[in-house]
Design a protein around this ligand. Structure first.
Ligand SMILES: Cc1cc2nc3c(=O)[nH]c(=O)nc-3n(C[C@H](O)[C@H](O)[C@H](O)COP(=O)(O)OP(=O)(O)OC[C@H]3O[C@@H](n4cnc5c(N)ncnc54)[C@H](O)[C@@H]3O)c2cc1C
Length: 348
C-alpha cells in the first residue's frame, strides 16, 4: 500500500458527491485536488444572491434515509450549515402517473413527505456542503475537458484553457451523467452504461414580488402540469412572511421543461408566471425582479443502479447522484462509496 501522503487524487466537480469523496480521502491523508468549472461550490445545491437575499434555485430540501447521511445532516446542523424546514405545503394533483420500475423524482419527493424531516442549507442551500470543505485545494473555474493516461497507473487532466494538471494516481468524476460520459467514453468501453442514464431538465424561475403572494402556502408540490414545485425562497428567516420583496422559486415539470428546453428565457418566465397565477387563483403582485435558469441535467429519471462505476484498474471512477437516484442523499452516498473504491484500487 502506498503512503497516503504520496497519493494524489483529482476530483472533478464540487457538488455533494465530489466534496464527499474529497473530504473522505483527505481525512485519511491523501492529497486531493478538486476541479470545479463554476465560480461557486455546491453544484445543484445552488443559491443565487440578489440585493435582498438569496434564491435557492436548485435543490429545495434534503431528507435522509441512510444513517450516515442522517449523521451528516446532524453534523451540518450543529455546524449551522443546515436547519429544519417545515413549509406550509399544498400538495397538488398534477404529478404524472408513475410508470416502469424507476420512481419519478416527484414520486420520490411525495414518498418523503410523510416520513422524514426536511432540511435546507443555512442560511442558504449552497452552504450545506460547508462541513465537507477542508484544507484541500479547490480549483474553481477550471472546466476539465480531457483525462489522459500518462502511465499504467497515472493520469493527466486537461482544462478548456489548455492547462494540464497532474500526474494523479486516481480520478473521480462527479459531473452529471452526460458530461461524465463525455469525459470517460474515450478512456474505455467499460463506461458505456453511463449512456443509459436518463436525466431530466428543469427550467427554474426566480420571481421576487413587491408584496407577499397571498396564497396561504409556502410551497406547492405539482400544483399544475407546468409547475412541479413552487416555493418561497430564503425561508430560513423566521420573519420571512413579513419580508418584501417576496421571493419565489418555480420549477417547471420535467415534461414541460423538455418541451420548452430551447425557449427564450423571457417566454419561459411569462408562461410559468401565467401558470402560477392560474393555480394560485390570485392576481400576482407587481414584480420587483425576475430571472430564469435552465438546468439541462437536473434530476435523474433512470439511474445507473449502482453506487459508482470504475475502470482503468479501478483508478478512474464515475460517481454522482445519477448512479443511485435523484436526490442529494444519492450524491452523498455515491461520493462516499467512490472514495472507498479508490482506496481499494490503490491497495490492490
Ligand atoms: C431544480 C432542481 C431541484 C432539485 N430538487 C431536489 C430536492 O428538493 N431534493 C433533493 O434531494 N434533490 C434535489 N435535486 C437534485 C440534487 O440537487 C442533486 O441530486 C445533487 O445536488 C447532485 O449532486 P452531485 O454532486 O451528484 O452533482 P452536481 O451538484 O451537479 O455537482 C457536479 C459538479 O460538477 C461540476 N462539473 C461538471 N462538469 C465539469 C467539468 N468538466 N469540469 C469541472 N467541473 C465540472 C458542476 O459545475 C457541478 O458543480 C434537485 C436538482 C435540481 C436541479
Amino acid at each position: 500500500m502506498p503512503r497516503m501522503s504520496n497519493v494524489n487524487i483529482a476530483i472533478i466537480g464540487a457538488g455533494m458527491a465530489g466534496l464527499k469523496a474529497a473530504s473522505t480521502l483527505h481525512r485519511i491523508g491523501m492529497n486531493v485536488t478538486v476541479f470545479e468549472k463554476s465560480r461557486g461550490l455546491g453544484g445543484r445545491l445552488a443559491s443565487r444572491r440578489t440585493d435582498f437575499g438569496h434564491f435557492n434555485h436548485g435543490a429545495q430540501y434534503v431528507t435522509a434515509r441512510d444513517p450516515g447521511f442522517n449523521a451528516f445532516l446532524q453534523e451540518a446542523t450543529e455546524f449551522n450549515a443546515a436547519q429544519n424546514w417545515s413549509p406550509n405545503l399544498h400538495r397538488g394533483t398534477s404529478a404524472p402517473a408513475q410508470s416502469g420500475a424507476a420512481l419519478s423524482p416527484i414520486a420520490r419527493h411525495v414518498g418523503n413527505l410523510a416520513e422524514e424531516p426536511w432540511y435546507q442549507g443555512a442560511p442558504q442551500m449552497n452552504k450545506l456542503i460547508r462541513p465537507l470543505v477542508d484544507t484541500f485545494p479547490i480549483q474553481k473555474q477550471h472546466r476539465i475537458v480531457g483525462i489522459e493516461p500518462s502511465g499504467p497507473r497515472s493520469f493527466i487532466l486537461h482544462d478548456d484553457l489548455d492547462g494540464t494538471y497532474g500526474p494523479f494516481d486516481g480520478v473521480i468524476v462527479t459531473a452529471p451523467a452526460p458530461q461524465t460520459a463525455d469525459l470517460l467514453r474515450p478512456l474505455a468501453p467499460r463506461y458505456a452504461p453511463i449512456d443509459e442514464v436518463v436525466m431530466a431538465p428543469c427550467w427554474a424561475v426566480m420571481a421576487a414580488f413587491e408584496s407577499p403572494l397571498p396564497t396561504g402556502f409556502d410551497a406547492m408540490l405539482y400544483p399544475s402540469p407546468e409547475i412541479s414545485w413552487a416555493a418561497r425562497s430564503s425561508q430560513n428567516d423566521d420573519m420571512f412572511h413579513r419580508r418584501t420583496p417576496d421571493p419565489w422559486v418555480l420549477h417547471a415539470s420535467p415534461e414541460w421543461s423538455r418541451q420548452h428546453l430551447e425557449e427564450d428565457k423571457d417566454r419561459v418566465i411569462e408562461k410559468l408566471l401565467a401558470a402560477l397565477r392560474d393555480v394560485s387563483g390570485v392576481k400576482l403582485p407587481e414584480l420587483h425582479s425576475v430571472q430564469a435558469h435552465r438546468w439541462r441535467y437536473a434530476r435523474t429519471e433512470l439511474p445507473l443502479g449502482k453506487s459508482h462505476l470504475n475502470g482503468m484498474n479501478g483508478r478512474v471512477i464515475a460517481a454522482g447522484d445519477w448512479c443511485l437516484g435523484a436526490r442529494v442523499e444519492a450524491a452523498w452516498r455515491s461520493g462516499r462509496t467512490a472514495a472507498h473504491a479508490m482506496v481499494e484500487a490503490l491497495i490492490g
